[in-house]
Write a protein that binds this ligand. Structure first.
Ligand code: TIU
Length: 300
C-alpha cells in the first residue's frame, strides 16, 4: 500500500478504498468578479491553489480513484437554508439575493457552479450541500460507504470553513483523511495555517497533512482493480445517488434567470465571512477514454 510523506507521520492508503474529495471549488468563491470578491476578499489567495488541485484531479482520474465534488448552495425557494444562515453577517447582498454571477448560493446559478479548470467529469458524483460540512443533509456518506471508501484525500476551499467542517465530520464517521496543504486555501492566511495545524496536532487529531507532490509521488498511475474500474457508475445513475439532475450535453445556463448584480455588491469588509453563490455550466473536455462532456448538474 502506498505511503505518503505527511505530518504527523506517513499516511498509508489503499487506492481501492480511497476517494478524492474536491470541496466547493465554486465560481463565486474562487473566480474574479464573483461574490467572494464582491465582498472584498482577495480571490487570488484561492485561485493560486487551482493548478495543484488540477494536477491532483488529473492524477486521481488516471489512477481511477473515486472522485467526489461538492458545492455549497440552496434550493431556489431557500427552504433548506436556515434563517440564521441567511441573516448572518447582515449583508446587503446575501444568500438568495442577486449577486455578480446570479443568485447567491442558489443551485443552478452561474456562481454556484464549479470552476472550469476543476469541472466534474461524467461519473464523478456532485454533492449539493446546504451546509458547510459535506456530510450534513447529503448522501455523501452513503455514496462513500457503498463504494467501500475509507480514505479521503481532501482539496478545496475554504480551509477553515467548509474544508475543516467536512474533515471533522469525516473523522467522526471513521474516515482516514489526508489534507493536501497546497490544494486548500482561505481568504485569511492565518486561518489557513491554524486550521492545518489543528489537523495534525495531538498526533493527528483530525488526520494528516501533506503537499500534493508527496501524494502524487505515492499514487500509482492505475491503482484500482479492473473490477472496480468496470463498476464506475454512469452519469445517469448519479442522478439517483446525488439527487442532482445531470445532463451530458452542454446547454444554456441552469436556470437562465440569474440577473446580473443590480446594485452594489455587498458591503462586507475584509474579516467578514463571505457569502457565496450560483452559476453557469462550464463545459469540459473529456479526458477519460470514451468519456463524454458532462454538461452541468443541477439540483432537482
Ligand atoms: N465553502 C466554504 O468554505 N464556504 C464558505 O462560506 N467559506 C467561507 O470562507 N466563508
Amino acid at each position: 500500500m502506498p505511503d505518503v510523506k505527511a505530518e504527523p507521520y506517513p499516511y498509508t492508503f489503499d487506492p481501492a478504498t480511497t476517494a478524492l474529495l474536491m470541496i466547493d471549488f465554486q465560481r463565486d468563491f474562487v473566480d474574479p468578479g464573483g461574490f467572494g470578491e464582491a465582498l472584498g476578499n482577495d480571490v487570488s489567495l484561492l485561485r493560486k491553489v487551482v493548478p495543484a488541485a488540477e494536477r491532483v484531479l488529473r492524477a486521481a482520474r488516471r489512477g481511477e480513484l473515486l472522485i467526489v465534488h461538492t458545492r455549497e448552495g440552496h434550493r431556489h425557494d431557500l427552504t433548506d437554508c436556515p434563517p440564521s444562515k441567511k441573516a448572518r453577517g447582515r449583508l446587503k447582498t446575501g444568500i438568495g439575493d442577486a449577486g455578480p454571477m446570479g443568485r447567491i448560493l442558489v443551485r443552478g446559478e452561474a456562481g454556484h457552479d464549479i470552476i472550469k479548470e476543476l469541472y466534474p467529469e461524467a461519473g464523478e458524483p456532485v454533492i449539493d450541500k446546504p451546509g458547510k460540512g459535506a456530510f450534513y443533509a447529503t448522501d455523501l456518506d452513503a455514496i462513500l460507504k457503498h463504494r467501500g471508501i475509507r480514505h479521503l484525500i481532501v482539496c478545496g476551499v475554504t480551509t477553515e470553513v467548509c474544508v475543516s467542517t467536512t474533515l471533522r465530520e469525516a473523522n467522526d464517521r471513521g474516515y482516514e483523511c489526508l489534507v493536501l496543504e497546497d490544494c486548500v486555501a482561505s481568504y485569511f492566511p492565518a486561518f489557513h495555517d491554524a486550521a492545518l495545524q489543528m489537523v495534525t496536532a495531538q498526533g493527528g487529531i483530525f488526520g494528516w497533512v501533506a503537499g500534493s507532490g508527496s501524494f502524487l509521488k505515492a499514487l500509482p498511475r492505475a491503482s484500482r482493480s479492473d473490477t472496480r474500474r468496470g463498476s464506475r457508475p454512469a452519469s445517469l445513475a448519479l442522478t439517483a445517488l446525488t439527487g442532482a439532475t445531470c445532463r451530458l450535453a452542454p446547454g444554456p445556463a441552469a436556470s437562465g434567470t440569474s440577473p446580473r448584480a443590480r446594485g452594489e455588491p455587498g458591503a462586507a469588509r475584509r474579516g467578514r465571512t463571505p457569502a457565496l453563490a450560483p452559476s453557469s455550466p462550464p463545459r469540459r473536455r473529456s479526458r477519460r477514454r470514451g468519456g463524454s462532456s458532462p454538461g452541468r448538474c443541477r439540483a432537482g
